[in-house]
Design a protein around this ligand. Structure first.
Ligand code: CO
Length: 440
């Protein structure tokens, strides 16, 4: 068996989102573009996920301007982004007119590949974004969000892959955001998908638990086409496995990446220098996640929120409560926005000492079916405890009125480019502040 393994480099999106709270500035990225553009990557993940929000909220940068700069300085690279299906880059569902326009503008500003996922693996939340991506002439990568639970199986994920291929996706990504995918499961899943569908398979693992490099090798031997890695200064911990290590491991084998190790070393040296201006946490392997299945970032968040309430001693109760709430909600994968919904409700339950006495709007919406279909059916008792009436059965976005025209009128005085209305629809308050400071 011999084939070139392709690599997506993530330092401009996931790696700094995972290790630097998404704070890497555009000017620092531009110092690396020349080396990366010619290194031989399959693609560079540069946009989407939390970077859009973070640009506006913390860096006072226009995310669209960032994308245009990267496009300009990476003329030979395929630029990739991460999109949360019908939630786009926000935390709620948007109507189809917003999805269509957002995808069209993203491609127009330089995106080549859109990785589209839904936290619940509800394909009805992916359909429109896949359609819009293909219509815009870009590559639509549909995602299997990997998790471990009593209702998730390798066979189930393979069936999901078949469904995604039927939606006309150009490739499939297996997204292991919590670092839970074990090598032999990776092998089974990739081999099963390669047999069931004819489109390329990409694997995206976080290193968190220490499994990722092993799972990559197993997946490569099972036929995976592309893997996601990060240059070593922003690798490991909650980020991806190191690019240089994978490139070296596969060099002169049947799986050679054909990426130039020398230019990677040069890029890493420069990146190390840049990172002197950032606060990077010490690299750690968190094997607790293998037992608790709760992502580390979610736990540290909950811990600090308890401490703010002067209830730090309740931390062990939270560890017990998160899996219970997740079970009550039909075992959703703990990824945005489900990690927040499960986390907040677990906090409410522990702080008040009464389960579901206080409920967030988001959990009510979830149980109503407004985020999509839970991985398994909820019990009638849970439904009754959280909402009045019955959950909806249709596609959630079908209930939403178009938003763009109204938003355009609301923000008319601030619009300087067609993208501004999208920024406003996604993050109204922050966008207004940003537009005002831009004019000042
Ligand atoms: Co990721």
């Amino acid at each position: 068996m011999s084939k070139q393994i392709k690599i997506t480099e993530t330092i401009f999106r996931d790696a700094h989102q995972s290790l630097l709270a998404t704070r890497l500035e555009t000017k620092d990225m531009l110092e690396l573009t020349e080396i990366l553009d010619n290194a031989g990557f399959h693609s560079l993940e540069v946009w989407g996920g939390a970077t859009f929000d973070s640009c506006l909220r913390y860096l006072n940068e226009d995310p669209w301007e960032r994308l245009r700069s990267l496009r300009k300085y990476l003329p030979n690279s395929k630029l990739q982004m991460l999109l949360r299906g019908q939630n786009l880059l926000g935390y709620r569902q948007y109507p189809d007119d917003v999805v269509d326009e957002f995808v069209a503008r993203s491609v127009d500003n330089g995106i080549d590949i859109i990785r589209i996922f839904d936290a619940l693996n509800d394909t009805r939340n992916l359909e429109r974004a896949i359609y819009a991506t293909k219509k815009a002439g870009a590559h639509a990568q549909a995602t299997i969000v990997y998790t471990v639970s009593p209702v998730h199986t390798i066979e189930g994920f393979i069936e999901l892959g078949v469904e995604l291929a039927k939606l006309d996706a150009d490739s499939i990504c297996i997204k292991d955001m919590a670092g839970l995918l074990k090598p032999l499961d990776a092998k089974k899943l990739v081999a099963g998908l390669k047999e069931a569908v004819s489109i390329p398979i990409q694997l995206h693992c976080h290193y968190t638990s220490g499994l990722a490099s092993m799972s990559y090798l197993a997946a490569i031997e099972a036929g995976v086409d592309v893997i996601d890695t990060a240059l070593s200064p922003l690798a490991l911990g909650t980020s991806q496995p190191p690019t240089e290590t994978l490139v070296a491991a596969l060099k002169d084998t049947g799986y050679d990446t054909k990426i130039d190790l020398q230019s990677l070393t040069k890029a890493s040296k420069r990146l190390t220098k840049i990172l002197e201006n950032y606060k990077k946490p010490p690299i750690a392997v968190d094997t607790n996640v293998l037992v608790s299945q709760i992502p580390g970032g979610m736990l540290s968040n909950l811990q600090s929120q308890l401490e703010q309430q002067k209830m730090g001693e309740k931390y062990p109760d939270i560890l017990q409560e998160v899996p219970k709430v997740r079970r009550d909600l039909g075992y959703p994968p703990l990824v945005t926005p489900m990690s927040q919904i499960v986390g907040v409700q677990s906090l409410f339950n522990v702080i008040t000492g009464q389960r579901y006495g206080v409920k967030s709007k988001e959990i009510k919406d979830y149980v109503k079916g407004l985020y999509g279909r839970p991985p398994t059916q909820l019990s009638p008792e849970i439904i009754e405890m959280i909402i009045e009436g019955e959950p909806i059965t249709g596609r959630p976005a079908d209930l939403l009125e178009p938003m763009l025209e109204k938003a355009r009128q609301e923000i008319a005085e601030h619009i300087q480019q067609p993208e501004d209305v999208l920024t406003y629809v996604l993050f109204p308050e922050i966008a207004k502040k940003f537009f005002e400071s831009r004019n000042a």
